[in-house]
Design a protein around this ligand. Sequence first.
Ligand SMILES: Cc1cc2nc3c(=O)[nH]c(=O)nc-3n(C[C@H](O)[C@H](O)[C@H](O)COP(=O)(O)OP(=O)(O)OC[C@H]3O[C@@H](n4cnc5c(N)ncnc54)[C@H](O)[C@@H]3O)c2cc1C
Length: 385
Amino acid sequence: MAAVLMPEPDLTPNDLKYTALEGEEKQRIIDHINEEHFSELVGFIKAFTPLTDLSPKQHDVRLVDIYAQGIGLQVSALASLASDAPQSDTHYFIAFPEVITHLNELQYQYIALKQQADKKLRKKTIILAEKLFQVKSGFAVTDNMYRLLLSAPAAASDNSCFPASEAGYAYLFDLSHNLSLQTASNSDTAAAQRTHRYYTLRKVSTNPTTGDEEAWVDVFLHGETLGAQWLAALTPKDTVKTKREVPENIAHLQQGQSLLIADETSIPTVARLLELWQNPIAPLIIYITQKAADQAYLQDRQANPLIDDALTVLPVMNADLAQGAPLAELIAHTLTQHLKSNPIHIQKVWGALETSTSKALRALLKPTLNLDRSAMIVKGYWRQD
Ligand SMILES: Cc1cc2nc3c(=O)[nH]c(=O)nc-3n(C[C@H](O)[C@H](O)[C@H](O)COP(=O)(O)OP(=O)(O)OC[C@H]3O[C@@H](n4cnc5c(N)ncnc54)[C@H](O)[C@@H]3O)c2cc1C
C-alpha cells in the first residue's frame, strides 16, 4: 500500500488523533533511534514535510512517540537559526504505509518509510529481498578474521549482483538456512536466539575464467558463537541466504579530514574505504582489536597511491578492558595524545563499535571535536551481552 504522508506541524506528542503504542521496550527503541538513526530522522523531515532544506547543523530532530498510525518527530532549532526555519520546537506526524498494532511490527514500517524517503532524496536505501549466493572457499586473513568467498552467477539478473564499488555494504545473513538451530547452540542468550547476522561485503571482483562475480565477506571469530558455528558448517558449493541489504552511511567522508574508528567487525568497511578513497586528505584511523595479531588485517588490502604514504593507523588493544566507558575513554585518550603531537582539524568521523562503547565515545568526542551529528557517525555494530 502506498504511504499517505501527513505532515502536521501542530501535532503534539499526546495528540489524541493517533493511538500511542505501549510496551516495555518502547523507550529503549526511541532512545536507540534518537542515538543511532539521526540522519534517517532528518531524511524523513526533508522528504515528507515542507522543511526540505533542513540543516542538521542548525536543527535537532528527535523521535518523540510511536503510534499505530506513524511516528511523531520533533524539530528544534539549535543556536543559530536560518530565517525560514521554525523558531521553536515543531512537531510532525509521519504516517506509516500500514497501520500497526504492536511495536514488533515497527521495523518493517520504519524501513518502508526510509525506502520512500531515500527514493525522494535520491539516496541509496535498504533492500529487503531474499538472495542466495554460493560458497566457493574460505581462509584465515589473520588469527581471528576468516574470509568467506561467495559467488553470484554471471547470468543472474542485475539485482542479484554485488555492488562493486561500495564500502560498508552489509548483508543480513539467515543462518538458519545452513544450521539446524535447535542443535546449533546450547546458549540461551539473546544473541544466540537471533538467527540472523550482519556481515559486510569486504570486496567484489570478477573471476576472469568463469565471469562470475566473487565477493569477500570477513567474519570476526570470537569463540563458540552462532556466527562461528555457521561458518564452520559451510562447505564449497553450499548456498548462503541473505534477507536484507544495508548501505553504510559514509557519504560525508568525501571531503575534509576524516577520522575512522573500527574494531574487528567494522574494519572490513575501513579496508574497502581505503581502497576506494578519493578524498585527497588521508584519513586518520583508530583500529581496536582484542588480540594484537588481528592488527595485521589492514595490511591485506589493495594499494591506494593517493593516500597510502600519508596514512596513520593508531592501534588500540583492549584485551582486558570492558566495553562501554572504559574502552571509549582509552580510544579518546589515544586520539587526544596523537593530536597533541600531530595537530590536525578533524572534520568528519565514521566509526562502528560495540553499542555501549559507541554511545560513550560519541559523548566524549562531541565536545572535543565540536562536530554536528551528520558529520560524526559512530554506530553500534554489536552488543555486549
Ligand atoms: C551493518 C553491520 C555490519 C557488520 N559487518 C560485520 C563484518 O563484516 N564482520 C563481522 O565479523 N561482524 C560484522 N558485524 C557484526 C556482527 O553482525 C555481530 O558481531 C554478530 O552479532 C556476531 O555474531 P556471533 O554469532 O559471532 O556472536 P553473537 O551470537 O552475536 O554474540 C555471542 C556473544 O559474543 C558477544 N559478541 C558479539 N560480537 C562480538 C564481538 N565483535 N567481539 C566480542 N564479543 C562479541 C556477544 O555480546 C555475546 O555475548 C556487522 C554488524 C552490522 C550491524
